[in-house]
Design a protein around this ligand. Sequence first.
Ligand SMILES: *[C@@H]1O[C@H](CO)[C@@H](O)[C@H](O)[C@H]1NC(C)=O
Ligand SMILES: *[C@@H]1O[C@H](CO)[C@@H](O)[C@H](O)[C@H]1NC(C)=O
Ligand SMILES: *[C@@H]1O[C@H](CO)[C@@H](O)[C@H](O)[C@H]1NC(C)=O
Ligand SMILES: *[C@@H]1O[C@H](CO)[C@@H](O)[C@H](O)[C@H]1NC(C)=O
Ligand SMILES: *[C@@H]1O[C@H](CO)[C@@H](O)[C@H](O)[C@H]1NC(C)=O
Ligand SMILES: *[C@@H]1O[C@H](CO)[C@@H](O)[C@H](O)[C@H]1NC(C)=O
Ligand SMILES: *[C@@H]1O[C@H](CO)[C@@H](O)[C@H](O)[C@H]1NC(C)=O
Ligand SMILES: CC(=O)N[C@H]1CO[C@H](CO)[C@@H](O)[C@@H]1O
Length: 452
Amino acid sequence: MARLRLLLLRHLAAATALLAGFSSLPPLAEAYDPLDPTGNITIKWDVMQWTSDGYVAVVSIYNYHKYRHIQAPGWNLGWVWAKKEIIWTMVGGQTTEQGDCSQFKGNIPHCCKRDPAVVDLLPGTPYNMQVANCCKGGVLNSWVQDPVSAVASFQISVGRSGTTNYTVKAPLNFTLKAPGPGYSCGAAHVVKPPTKFISQDGRRTTQAHVTWNVTCTYSQFVAQRAPTCCVSLSSFYNETIVNCPKCSCGCQNTRPGSCVEGNSPFLASVVNGPGKSSMAPLVQCTPHMCPIRVHWHVKLNYREYWRVKITVTNWNYRMNYSQWNLVVQHPNFDNVTTIFSFNYKPLNPYEVINDTGMLWGIKYYNDLLMVAGPDGNVQSELLFRKDPLTFTFEKGWAFPRRIYFNGDSCVMPPPDAYPWLPNSSPVLLLKSSSLVLPIAIWMAMLFLRLRM
Ligand SMILES: *[C@@H]1O[C@H](CO)[C@@H](O)[C@H](O)[C@H]1NC(C)=O
Ligand SMILES: *[C@@H]1O[C@H](CO)[C@@H](O)[C@H](O)[C@H]1NC(C)=O
Ligand SMILES: *[C@@H]1O[C@H](CO)[C@@H](O)[C@H](O)[C@H]1NC(C)=O
Ligand SMILES: *[C@@H]1O[C@H](CO)[C@@H](O)[C@H](O)[C@H]1NC(C)=O
Ligand SMILES: *[C@@H]1O[C@H](CO)[C@@H](O)[C@H](O)[C@H]1NC(C)=O
Ligand SMILES: *[C@@H]1O[C@H](CO)[C@@H](O)[C@H](O)[C@H]1NC(C)=O
Ligand SMILES: *[C@@H]1O[C@H](CO)[C@@H](O)[C@H](O)[C@H]1NC(C)=O
Ligand SMILES: CC(=O)N[C@H]1CO[C@H](CO)[C@@H](O)[C@@H]1O
């Protein structure tokens, strides 16, 4: 018996160490997201045609992230030319600055800078200035939401670059702002064989003369951003509403004008005031100060099912969130039955545990999350089938383990504050399902050793 207890204690110690190890990791500190391990943005540079002093290329930006998209005011792609290249013309995009082209007479280049930065054109650009996949104001959808609108392209005519595949050089030091910092890009690689293009009728294939690709990865650490959303919880079995933790995204009154009162008569003048085009959120004054709040309400308990209502509220007066998305982790997503008024797709990066799903709005119905106010929220209900082996309302099991809004992790209330079932007490909750597998293995090992 003593031996058994010792064994148990030893395993408990191991599990505690494991727990401590996991929880001391800062969330998403690296350019690696456990729910989207291969997520990246890839830039493809296809040289299509040689000209008298250079080439014409199509540059495409592929957003291979499952749920991280690029929202207004859109992407900004920069690089440094390897030689003394200039840009004669561009279609479907433009450089933000022309630079010094004073040495040119007659035909003036589009851009003479050594380090040009390109932005997308706006929707409604005249047809003769468009190319396929351009002119979306720099907004790129995520791959799961819509692969077609997750690609952007522009065409560029480069001079002074060399006119053979031996003399042209790939640009250096790519930078991607999407918008603001967060992405780091690697060096350009020659892709062999170069990209092939299939004609619209599918009867002819052409190919680029030279193709380069560049991979950019996102890191919340590089972005150095404070959290942008938080989670609140409630349930039918306890009247307590657990609010977002105080100061989740910042604290009130640290700086005057850092937030606005919803009923303030000056609201309109502040919203349309001098900082109007600023990217900094202008949030309603709340204890959490987050631009986005996600509320998870455990609504009903049927015999074989249970039902959750999710409400996403926009508290940011400077942003209509278009093409927004949520990633939700809860062990019952392996038996989700119906999702009302949102699109849904399971995300299973590891194929062993199906506990994560992605939710997003229905086009023209609720894919636009409007500015704070009476219409500033979207709602959905989820119906889960109960698995008698795992289902319980105890220990906060019915609440989500992790929620992301637009790819950013939301601040959760501490587990000991979750609404309790009457007559139960708070128990240590597993914060992350990344623990489920190691703990399952540990329990299996323990079980085997006890039987031996
Ligand atoms: C980028 O994403 C694509 C598509 O998912 C994948 O094939 C590629 O390996 C990724 N690249 C890196 C460096 O992760
Ligand atoms: C240039 O093109 C030729 C003919 O297609 C090919 O054999 C050669 O490997 C290419 N060189 C480079 C540096 O891409
Ligand atoms: C590219 O970036 C590296 C590191 O930041 C720097 O050392 C190098 O000088 C840059 N190259 C050019 C051509 O600007
Ligand atoms: C970029 O090209 C390299 C070399 O061909 C290849 O290994 C890599 O997978 C490519 N990356 C993407 C995202 O296509
Ligand atoms: C959000 O959309 C509404 C309706 O289209 C518009 O009136 C408002 O100006 C937009 N707000 C922002 C910040 O873009
Ligand atoms: C998880 O989902 C994948 C793909 O949808 C499926 O192949 C796998 O069997 C599922 N695993 C479990 C444990 O349900
Ligand atoms: C509801 O949950 C809270 C914890 O959030 C707890 O303090 C309270 O006692 C619970 N109410 C009932 C009736 O159990
Ligand atoms: C009750 C129920 O349908 N349970 C299922 C939940 O999902 C797992 C994994 O997909 C199944 O094995 C269960 O039978």
